[in-house]
Design a protein around this ligand. Structure first.
Ligand code: CAO
Length: 438
């Protein structure tokens, strides 16, 4: 049987686009037009379909690879009676299907309008066709949703960049059936979870205004934070750590750093070390709750996300193996990832695989805040600016440098008592950093 090579077809101006999903594996039997891979550029994503029916012999790409027109995707042993004739040319190039956009969801209006769904569930649900078109999902997921009469605008995406996956659609159906939300959504015709939509307001009626489009990072971050805020029951525990001695030690270290023109050590690297000690002492903080809500994944590694403020918006790159690194190594890593973030050089891998995040506003100011959990983490630590305070030492008030801690945790996973134990533990570690050595 003839082995055919399947290559990336003409995908317009897109070059070196990333493969975000490989939808088939070796041995799969495929039909012509079945989706093989999904590629994504800054602006759009598209699925590359099979040009012929057959059996996949070899996969020549994997998720994360970058491809351009002509790149070899896989080889297929054509069926004896293919349902679509392969071209005479051994190199086969299918036509890609756009699946969505990352920059402007309104571009999706170009996609075909979904046919009117006919299922009984759909008959009872108010279907928002415009929002369905704008939802971020591949054609196969759209088809699946349409078949089941699920309005994609109501489904929260858990895939990469909040893409809606088939599992999300299934999960949504389970939720609707389990929680009886169907009745609520049909009654209100509102946004997901039945929350009333914000009204469209013409502010120009009250004075001069300017319309500013959100950039890609703002939009992605906004959706991600909104998803986490709605899905995770947050509690924030406040505390403060006496870092007077830590600060004296840091100043000493920085004199040496200055001599060798090395980067300044900030309180954040000590905090990262204290957090890892906390994760070891309270492993529940180093877990993720599976979407089913029935299982916890206990992580045995210590990768910490650091919120970095960039001119384009907030990003949270990960510093890996914090438990194995010295304060000086962490200082270098912190400098490197924050520079990469601000110069837009972060790769997807730099943003994945974290266990726990730290959001430090200590260099700016403020006394406390309630950070939003970077799910699937179950907790995040917010740091505000340390300030001198009179602290009672048993005999008198003494001036001490106090660091405010704001720990938000997922109350499904962590009890209030453990939340308070964790911040008390952090405060103890930071107040006497010799303990970090133990
Ligand atoms: N209290 C007092 N001073 C602090 C401090 C604290 N908690 N944290 C940092 N500082 C000081 C530093 O020591 C440094 O001063 P010196 O130069 O005199 O030593 C100065 O503030 C600036 O620090 P920095 O912010 O540049 O460095 P950092 O290591 O503390 O933080 C980074 C690095 C990348 C986390 C930070 O630059 C940043 O982007 N923070 C914003 C994060 C954010 O936006 N969070 C909100 C997300 S929404 O939940």
């Amino acid at each position: 049987m003839a082995i055919q090579e399947v290559r990336v077809p003409d995908i317009g101006d897109f070059k070196e686009v990333e493969i975000i999903e490989v939808l088939v594996k070796v041995g799969d039997s495929i039909q012509a037009e079945d989706s093989l891979i999904t590629v994504e550029s800054d602006k759009a994503s598209m699925e590359i379909p099979a040009p012929l029916a057959g059996t996949i012999k070899e996969l020549r790409v994997q998720q994360g690879d970058r491809v351009s027109k002509g790149s070899l995707i896989l080889t297929v042993e054509a069926n004896a009676h293919p349902d679509k004739k392969p071209p005479v040319n051994a190199h086969t190039s299918p036509s890609p299907t756009p699946t969505g956009t990352l920059l402007d969801p309104f571009d999706l209006r170009a996609n075909k309008a979904p046919p009117t769904p006919k299922t009984s569930h759909q008959a009872k649900t108010v279907f928002d066709h415009d929002a369905f078109k704008k939802a971020y999902a591949t054609p196969s997921v759209r088809k699946f949703a349409r078949e089941l009469g699920v309005d994609l605008s109501r489904v929260a995406g858990t895939g990469r960049k909040q893409r809606i996956t088939q599992e999300d659609v299934k999960g949504y159906i389970k939720d609707v059936m389990g929680l009886g939300l169907q009745a609520k959504t049909s009654a209100h015709a509102n946004s997901s979870l039945g929350i009333p939509r914000m009204p469209d307001i013409d502010f120009s009626q009250w004075g001069e205004v300017e319309t500013v489009r959100l950039n890609r990072i703002n939009k992605l971050t906004g959706e991600f934070l909104h998803r986490n805020w709605l899905n995770v029951p947050h509690v924030t525990q406040f505390d403060q750590a006496d870092i007077t001695d830590l600060e004296a030690f840091r100043q000493e270290l920085n004199l040496d750093q200055e001599k060798i023109k090395a980067p300044k050590i900030t309180p954040l690297v000590f905090i990262m070390k204290a957090v890892v000690a906390g994760l070891k002492a309270y492993p529940r903080f180093n877990t993720s709750l599976e979407p089913s809500g029935e299982t916890l994944i206990q992580k045995k590694y210590y990768h910490i996300g650091i919120a970095v403020d960039t001119p384009d918006g907030l990003v949270v790159p990960i510093i890996r193996d914090v438990d194995k690194k010295s304060l000086l190594q962490l200082t270098d890593d912190l400098k490197e990832i924050s520079a990469k973030a601000r110069e837009r050089r972060l790769k997807p891998a730099d943003l994945q695989g974290g266990c726990f995040s730290i959001s430090s506003l200590g260099g700016i100011g403020g006394t406390k805040f309630t950070p939003i959990i970077n799910a699937p983490d179950v907790a995040i630590l917010g740091i505000s600016k340390a300030a001198m305070q009179p602290i009672w030492n048993g005999q008198e008030f003494a001036p001490r440098l106090m660091l405010p801690l704001s720990l938000s945790y997922d109350h499904r996973v962590i009890d209030g008592a453990d939340g308070a134990r964790f911040t008390t533990f952090l405060a103890k570690m930071l107040s006497d950093i010799r303990r970090l050595l133990v």
